[in-house]
Write a protein that binds this ligand. Structure first.
Ligand code: FES
Ligand SMILES: [Fe+2]
Length: 435
């Protein structure tokens, strides 16, 4: 039998199929990536009032994020300290406290244990201070995006995002009234590895006119991508696929991106709203931002944002071949209701769970997973070398920049991924001491 190639080679131009299927790799990802990264949890617009909460996951760890009586966002692991049940089963809502359904142990919004109903029927002294929900101490926001980390020693979120902030600003600081998330996220499961949707949204622009050829083969979005498209790696592991138009490009061309056409397909009211935002953008964010039309963004490890359809995505790993995909619809908070409605329709038709693009992509990721699981091909890694070495610094844009067809976004992601999963982990310590 031939020796197996490394999981990721030196310049990440080859990535093993086992990266997507191996059970040991999956477990190491949980310990060394999901337990040590900043992970997206919620948008501040979902947690406006004291008592507002959402439930979610940090990797496989279930958590509650709640706006406490002190006004801060508190994140606690959603598992009762009595017997482990989730103390909150709702996706979101407004609560004064969380009451576990099994024996009604009762917790405050910040996770403190408040009451043990049957304690009065015994003579037991209970140290409630020691029996609160496990607190997630690191919770930080950027432009309304709330991230949390299970790693108490992680660097501040601002530093973690680094140059990615420039690209996030282009959307999340674009609208004078900010953005809001409407409704709970759509959620669905795909028979694929969690990295496949992530990789796609980091910069796989090249598949557009082929996989989505029925819409994109000859449309204006494809022409723009061919002429002005750039794949940016702001920091290794993060990514931003954008179009950078020449100075003086008209507002209608730049003001909204969509894979199935331009802003000209919208109603007059929506076009007028978007034009006004665009016309103020140079003054608001600077002249370079006014020339950028986004496509897709990614923050390491599992946050994606589809600029062109205004949707936040998170890939929640569940098994090597199972990902729960969560999808939040985002709109400008100050837009008229009809504009929000029109943007929602675009999302539903394109990237909602039954969206035309989403159907194509999900099928491709499932097929890629099946291809990755062919054991006889363990010695045949995937080629990620398109554009190798052509990425360069850019005079106007932070990060390394290549064309839309340069796969450096994936190489940078897998080099960071490899470094992380090869880093020392708790399980590697002979004395079993925590970090
Ligand atoms: S398991 Fe939660 S109160 Fe008993
Ligand atoms: Fe796609």
């Amino acid at each position: 039998m031939k020796p197996l190639p490394p999981l990721v080679n030196q310049d990440a131009s080859f990535v093993s199929r086992r990266v997507f299927t191996d059970g040991d790799v999956y477990r190491r990802e949980q310990q060394r990536i999901f337990a040590r990264s900043w992970l997206y949890l919620a948008h501040e617009s979902e947690l406006k009032e004291k008592g507002d909460f959402v439930t979610g996951f940090l990797g496989e760890t279930p958590v509650i994020a709640a706006r406490g009586q002190d006004g801060a966002i508190h994140v606690s692991v959603n598992s009762c300290t009595h017997r482990g049940l989730p103390v909150c089963r709702a996706e979101r809502g407004h609560a004064a406290r969380f009451i576990c359904p099994y024996h009604n142990w009762t917790y405050a919004l910040d996770g403190r244990l408040l009451a043990v109903p049957q304690q009065a029927l015994t003579h037991t002294q209970i140290d409630k201070g020691a029996l609160g929900l496990r607190r997630v101490t690191r919770v930080e926001s950027y432009r309304g995006l709330v991230f949390a980390s299970l790693d108490d020693g992680i660097q501040p979120l601002d530093q973690y995002l680094g140059n990615m902030r420039f690209y996030l600003d282009n959307y999340f600081d674009r609208f004078p009234g900010g953005v809001q998330v409407i409704g709970p996220p759509h959620k669905w499961r795909i028979a694929a590895n969690w990295k496949l949707p992530v990789e796609n949204q980091l910069g796989d622009v090249g598949h557009g006119p082929f996989l989505h050829g029925f819409i994109m083969r000859n449309n204006s979005a494809t022409t723009e991508i061919n002429e002005f498209g750039l794949n940016v790696v702001p920091e290794p592991g993060h990514g931003a696929a954008i179009r950078l138009f020449p100075e003086g490009t008209d507002s209608e061309t730049v003001m909204w991106g969509s894979e199935n056409g331009s802003a000209r397909m919208f109603s007059a009211e929506t076009q007028a709203y978007l034009r006004e935002v665009q016309d103020q953008l140079a003054g608001r964010l600077g002249p370079v931002h006014a020339r950028i039309k986004g496509l897709t963004f990614g923050v390491y490890p599992n946050f994606s944002f589809l600029w062109a359809n205004s949707v936040i995505r998170v890939s929640h790993p569940r098994a090597p071949g199972q990902v729960d995909y969560w999808s939040w619809w985002v709109v400008p908070a100050d837009a008229p209701p009809a504009v929000k409605c029109e943007l929602q329709s675009l999302y539903n038709a394109s990237f909602g769970p039954a969206g035309l693009f989403e159907q194509d992509d999900s099928e491709a990721w499932s097929q890629q997973y099946l291809g990755s699981a062919i054991e006889q091909l363990d010695d045949q890694p995937y080629f990620y070398g398109l554009g190798l070495g052509e990425e360069q610094p850019h005079p106007l844009l932070p990060g390394k920049v290549g064309t839309s067809f340069n796969e450096h976004y994936a190489r940078a992601f897998y080099l960071r991924w490899k470094r992380d999963i090869e880093s020392a982990g708790d399980d590697a310590r002979p004395d079993g001491e925590a970090r």
